[in-house]
Ligand binder design. Structure first.
Ligand SMILES: NC(=O)c1ccc[n+]([C@@H]2O[C@H](COP(=O)([O-])OP(=O)(O)OC[C@H]3O[C@@H](n4cnc5c(N)ncnc54)[C@H](OP(=O)(O)O)[C@@H]3O)[C@@H](O)[C@H]2O)c1
Length: 232
């Protein structure tokens, strides 16, 4: 059975990825910042014994990423899901009120961490069957789709990670590794809020369907949870 490593699994979309892959019989390496207080994740691990291993990981810490990669050096990882992300509340302040400290932190988590994860885990991924890296981005990172302006921090962090994943697709192609960007839709989570259009279950079901069909020919694409291509 295949193995998936997912970041940011304490809640929201990451938690639902854990639930669905464990339910399907996959081995899930579930990473979160604070395992001791991740109650819903611990409950899932108890519900699917032997399928979910939980590891502490703050993706802003390159030291923690390197340490985890060393401790999992003998594993194969079919699918890496770079899911952890933030939308700093101060981003709503907009032009004239940019929170530059929050911007740096957002770039560390949303943009740099996915690349650092790929660097740290490339051996485990290239020795697997599926050899896939997916980065959960956002349509808000699409320059072509930006009609409303604002959200400078979040939008730029996702536009930048789109470029990261595209370069990864090119650089890792000789190793047979696929790198794709997924937009989860507007999802009812702490980040998406109550007015969001779809549930985590709908979003993750859709993204898993997309992932189950991709091949190396799709590497470098920016795809929504419903399979539609998103303009850059
Ligand atoms: N919801 C939407 O409508 C939507 C739309 C487009 C894209 N996305 C993207 O989808 C992904 C998941 O979002 P979500 O809606 O599930 O958000 P969420 O409910 O706010 O959950 C975010 C997750 O990321 C984790 N996280 C934050 N900073 C972290 C760090 N430094 N290290 C490790 N984990 C960290 C959080 O862990 P803690 O519990 O420890 O904080 C939490 O598990 C994000 O990349 C987001 O940008 C979401």
């Amino acid at each position: 059975m295949a193995t998936v490593l997912i970041t940011g699994t304490s809640r929201g979309i990451g938690l639902e990825f854990v639930r669905q892959y464990a339910q399907d019989g996959w081995h899930v390496i579930a990473c979160c910042r604070h395992p001791a207080t991740a109650e819903n994740l611990n409950r899932l691990a108890a519900q699917y014994p032997g399928h979910i291993r939980i590891y502490a990981l703050d993706v802003a810490s390159h030291q923690q990423i390197d340490r985890l990669a060393s401790s999992l050096a003998n594993e194969t990882i079919d699918l890496l899901i770079n899911n952890a992300g933030i939308y700093p509340p101060s981003d709503d302040g907009g032009f004239g009120s940019i929170d530059y400290a929050a911007w740096i932190q957002t770039l560390q988590i949303n943009t740099m961490a996915p690349l650092k994860m790929a660097e740290a885990f490339v051996n485990q991924i290239s020795s697997s069957n599926l050899k896939t890296i997916t980065t959960i981005t956002s349509k808000m990172g699409s320059i072509a789709d930006n009609q409303r302006g604002g959200s400078y921090i979040y939008r730029s962090s996702k536009a930048a990670v789109n470029m990261v994943a595209k370069s990864l697709a090119i650089d890792l192609r000789p190793h047979g590794i696929i790198s794709v960007l997924l937009h989860p839709g507007w999802v009812k989570t702490d980040m998406g809020g109550r007015d969001a259009l779809i549930s985590t279950e709908q979003s993750v079901t859709g993204m898993r369907r997309v992932l189950s069909r991709i091949t190396l020919a799709d590497s470098g694409k920016f795809i929504a949870y419903d399979g539609q291509l998103i303009p850059w």
